[in-house]
Design a protein around this ligand. Sequence first.
Ligand SMILES: Nc1nc2c(ncn2[C@@H]2O[C@H](COP(=O)(O)OP(=O)(O)OP(=O)(O)O)[C@@H](O)[C@H]2O)c(=O)[nH]1
Ligand SMILES: [Zn+2]
Length: 196
Amino acid sequence: MTLTDQALELDIRARAEDGVRALLELAGDDPDRAGLARTPARFVDAMLEMTAAPGDPAQFLAVQFEDVGQVDEMVHLGPIPFTSVCEHHILPFTGHAWVAYLPTAGRVVGLSKLARLVEHYARQLQVQERLTGQIVDTLIKHLDPRGAGVVLRATHACMAQRGISKPDAVMTTSALRRAFREQPAARAEFLSFATP
Ligand SMILES: Nc1nc2c(ncn2[C@@H]2O[C@H](COP(=O)(O)OP(=O)(O)OP(=O)(O)O)[C@@H](O)[C@H]2O)c(=O)[nH]1
Ligand SMILES: [Zn+2]
């Protein structure tokens, strides 16, 4: 990062903290009282952490195993807990992901990579439908499996703590590709795994 980039980042950060101070004032509080003095900095840090999109799928999905024998069956991981941030209200949505694929010969990844994939796309400003599609499409792109599917179930703080105030309403989304979409048996097998 150049000095100019660093100065720009510091300037954006200062403006972001000023924005949080303004929000606190708008909410009728005193941003200078002791309990709130570091809140703008903490909030900005939290925001950066929650949207940091850890890891690079192209790198961690490139480590593929060829010596696992003939893998004809579905590989499935879930429930994988995740938390993401709704891009409309910048509030969390939290739940579980189920991820599965039907490997192409020699294209199997370590199980943790499926959880890393969920984590990568969850730690961004999101809507649940896009998050679901990005996870499955990245698996398709890097593993070229015969089929893949993702189900997400989550509760959204923006529906729980404001607005319509329905704390327990669960949003379910799914994205099915190739055999999971085209073959009823593969679809049924995946969806039977992907239940709470
Ligand atoms: N489809 C979808 N909608 C979402 C997601 N997260 C939040 N929302 C919805 O995004 C919508 C934003 O609607 P707007 O009418 O622009 O905002 P709003 O006035 O705050 O909406 P209310 O929540 O109905 O008060 C709301 O209906 C949220 O429930 C998501 O992941 N997917
Ligand atoms: Zn929202």
